[in-house]
Design a protein around this ligand. Structure first.
Ligand SMILES: [Zn+2]
Length: 223
């Protein structure tokens, strides 16, 4: 009984602990002031900068873990240095008949708050706590995979995107050799260009220096 009570209190704390509000850039005026001072912090639309990159923005559809279309537009934005690095990766992949496909990139902070509320307590490790925000909110994280350029078919990976399972871990060993080879190829290629995979998700990469970019809550249509 005591354990149950402690568990309930802990759950309550996890769900409702939002008193530590982080600093979030949420107006055009603030955003413009930031990029005036730090021009490289501009958020650019990925396909406008790298037209050969494919998009599959799951959060603009109901085909995602939340079951809700949380984006009104199927778009992907990232900070300029992130895009410069992706451009290099895409060039290398293209030479091998391959290319990147992006599931998600910059994510407005309000969506992170929504995800936190929608995610069951036992899966909260897979979503960002709004107290800290997500690196996606900083325009410095990308969720992606590799496709065959000609066919558009994804290389075989250990799990589908946003699979909240142990097999999604970036170092999970007990998987078929082809899937491991493809996953490790992606992780190494990203690493060589300044991105680190996160432990629990083979598809999620943080760009080095992400902590220098503020959290943002400006919707795509206002960028
Ligand atoms: Zn991610």
């Amino acid at each position: 009984m005591k354990a149950l009570t402690v568990g309930l209190i802990a759950s309550f704390y996890l769900v409702f602990n939002v008193q530590e509000q982080p600093v979030v850039i949420s107006s055009q005026k603030e955003y413009q002031a930031v990029i005036k001072q730090y021009p490289e912090q501009i958020l650019q639309e990925i396909v406008k900068e790298i037209p050969t990159i494919k998009l599959d923005i799951k959060y603009a559809t109901k085909d995602n873990f939340s079951g809700i279309a949380v984006y009104h537009q199927a778009k992907a934005y990232a900070r300029k240095p992130v895009i410069d690095a992706l451009r290099k990766i895409q060039k290398e992949l293209n030479q091998q008949g391959l290319g990147l496909k992006i599931f998600d990139a910059y994510r407005p902070y309000a969506v992170t708050v929504k995800f936190w509320k929608l995610t069951p307590i036992d899966k909260k490790d897979y979503v960002a706590n709004p107290n800290k925000g997500s690196r996606h909110n900083r325009g410095c994280a990308v969720d992606l995979t590799i496709i065959n350029l000609k066919t558009g078919v994804e290389l075989k990976m250990p799990t589908p995107y946003d699979s909240f399972t142990k097999e999604a871990a970036a170092d999970y060993e007990n998987i078929p050799p082809e899937e491991k080879k493809n996953r490790d190829f992606l992780i190494n290629m990203m690493k060589q260009n300044g991105f680190n995979v996160i432990k629990s998700e083979w598809w999620h990469f943080d760009f080095k220096g992400w902590e220098n970019y503020p959290l943002m809550d400006i919707p795509f249509q206002k960028l």
